[in-house]
Design a protein around this ligand. Structure first.
Ligand code: NAD
Length: 508
């Protein structure tokens, strides 16, 4: 029995008129569990039209009223997170605790948006020029398209929609076709929270739906997260159509371990950040840069820990899995599993040393899932495919270097600049590192430095196209447009003389 996963239009499910669908599969079983609607251009235009009409009313709804709805959404999300986590695990494959983790990080942005009243305050300068006041105000941009990837079906949309809605915009979320149900679930929560119909919409689909959003004159801004080639396309196409756009792309995150680091803590961090969510995180550590002479020791500690990891169906309880919850689930699709495995093949062929091989890992009784165990490579060099490409799977590559300077050179030569980390007890080295690296998010003894909601998330180089990072102050800036208003009220007791003066006005 499969479910039908619809769009969300005017505050209700909408089947769409295209008749096109795609299969949605449970990655742990390989079983098709649903069919998601794929929008036609006409379906997309209907959703955009509804959002544009609703945005007009919402922007004039008081900040107090808007904020009350967001507080209620936060309460509903928190109360129903178990259900949402189960939906995520069933379509994405990540283990339940990991799914709860992404909801919690998304919820932080919802909580940030609850404080929108403070964030929308403009400036005011009284008597900026004689008898003349100036103030600035932040207006919403209108309709916002949010196009999200498969790996965080709840958190990534939540990087954007709480702030966009709080600022008075209408949003259209275009989820990944691989795990489209989380957005629909959140649409229902918004309805229960009292959000007017048309402000939160879901447009399911593929390139047709994305292009409709990028090209529609009624969509003012696009927030995209996905792979670098598509991010670049979205940035160029949306810009060409006059939109404001932020497009976050792929990553290759390096973790540097200096010889003075606590090697046990560094090994824990490398395993957690390398294999959590089966490496399908844009902030996963995929390259471990070991500054000699510690590589042998560090690799042995990582290997010991990696051998203890349990790969399994993330929806199963501890009892069903012999008393322990799986640490890591399957990969999202068979095609992606095979692509990641092909990087392991090519790394081995190119001469890297396979320390732990995940290719034959398969939990008992789960023959049809998309399994690939944690894989550890030593002696990886920068000319190998597995180093130059984003693998997006549970593969950790160790590159050995002789010095700190060599580590920095590696990081800065990379085409991506999303996240990086350094492990050391030397404060001076850490301080230098944060200055030296050309990367947007940096961890000092922190392997996955996703910023808290009141800072902003974003990488450099090919990890982000556009000027604005996600959420935090950048989010408020991205979803609003500034007006500067210059005002002169005539003081009846002190009427100015007036008269003709065609010269450029000067402030006095
Ligand atoms: P993807 O680029 O394949 O898809 C992302 C979105 O774009 C989806 O909604 C998809 O439907 C749409 N899309 C795909 N092909 C398209 C096309 N030709 N034209 C228009 N739209 C298209 O990415 P994915 O595989 O879903 O996600 C994994 C990627 O996302 C990885 O590269 C990962 O690093 C990246 N990611 C980056 C961040 C970040 O913050 N920088 C966060 C999460 C994921």
């Amino acid at each position: 029995m499969t479910t039908t996963i619809t769009h969300w239009l005017d505050g209700a499910p909408y089947a769409g008129a295209s008749g096109n669908v795609a299969d949605v599969t449970n990655p742990a079983t390989g079983v098709v569990t649903g069919q998601v609607a794929l929008a036609s251009v006409e379906d997309a235009q209907r959703v955009i039209g509804s959002a544009a009409a609703a945005a007009e009313t919402w922007r004039n709804t008081s900040i107090a009223r808007r904020t009350q709805v967001i507080f209620t959404f936060r309460e509903l999300l928190n109360a129903r997170k178990e259900e949402l986590a189960q939906l995520i695990t069933a379509e994405h494959g990540k283990v339940h605790s990991d799914a709860l983790g992404e909801i919690a990080r998304g919820q932080e942005v919802v909580e940030f948006a609850c404080g929108i009243a403070h964030l929308l305050k403009g400036g005011h300068s009284e008597n900026a020029s004689t008898g003349l006041d100036v103030h600035s105000k932040l207006d919403p941009v209108g309709v916002v398209g949010i196009i999200s990837p498969f790996n965080f079906p709840a958190m990534v949309p939540m990087w954007f929609f709480p702030v966009a809605i709080a600022a008075g915009n209408a949003v259209i979320v275009k989820p990944s076709e691989k795990d489209p149900s989380a957005s629909l679930f959140m649409a229902q929560l918004w309805k229960e929270a009292g959000l007017p119909a048309g402000i939160f919409n879901v447009l399911q689909g593929d390139k047709v739906a994305v292009d409709a959003l990028l090209q529609s004159p009624e969509v003012a801004a696009i927030s995209f997260v996905g792979s670098t080639p598509i991010a670049q396309y979205v940035y160029e196409e949306a810009s060409k159509h006059g939109k404001r756009v932020q497009a976050l792309g792929g990553a290759k995150n390096h973790m540097v371990v200096l010889p003075d680091a606590d090697l046990d803590l560094a090994a824990d961090a490398a395993v957690n950040a390398g294999y959590g969510s089966a490496g399908e995180r844009c902030m996963a550590i995929s390259v471990l840069v070991a500054v000699e002479p510690i590589a042998d020791d560090l690799i042995a500690r990582i290997a010991d820990r990696t051998r203890t990891l349990l790969v399994g169906d993330g929806s199963k309880t501890r009892t069903e899995q012999g008393g322990r919850e799986a640490d890591m689930g399957p990969l999202v699709t068979k095609a992606h599993r095979d692509k990641v495995a092909s990087f392991i093949d090519s790394g081995e062929k190119a001469g890297a040393k396979v320390v732990i091989d995940g290719r034959d890992v398969q939990p008992r009784g789960e023959a049809d899932g998309f399994w690939l165990g944690p894989t550890l490579f030593d002696n990886v060099t920068t000319d190998m495919d597995m180093y130059t490409e984003e693998i997006f799977g549970p593969v950790l590559s160790v590159v050995r270097v002789q010095s700190y300077a060599e580590a920095i050179e590696l990081i800065n030569a990379n085409q991506y600049g999303n996240g990086t980390a350094i492990f050391t007890n030397d404060g001076g080295a850490a301080r230098r590192f944060e200055n030296d690296v050309q990367v947007g998010m940096i961890g000092i003894n922190v392997p996955i430095p996703v910023p808290v909601a009141y800072y902003s998330f974003g990488g450099w180089k090919k990890s982000l196209f556009g000027d604005s990072h996600a959420y935090g102050p950048h989010g408020v800036h991205f979803f609003t447009r500034t007006k500067a208003v210059t005002t002169r009220w005539i003081d009846p007791a002190n009427r100015p003389e007036g008269g003709l003066e065609l010269g450029f006005p000067q402030n006095v």
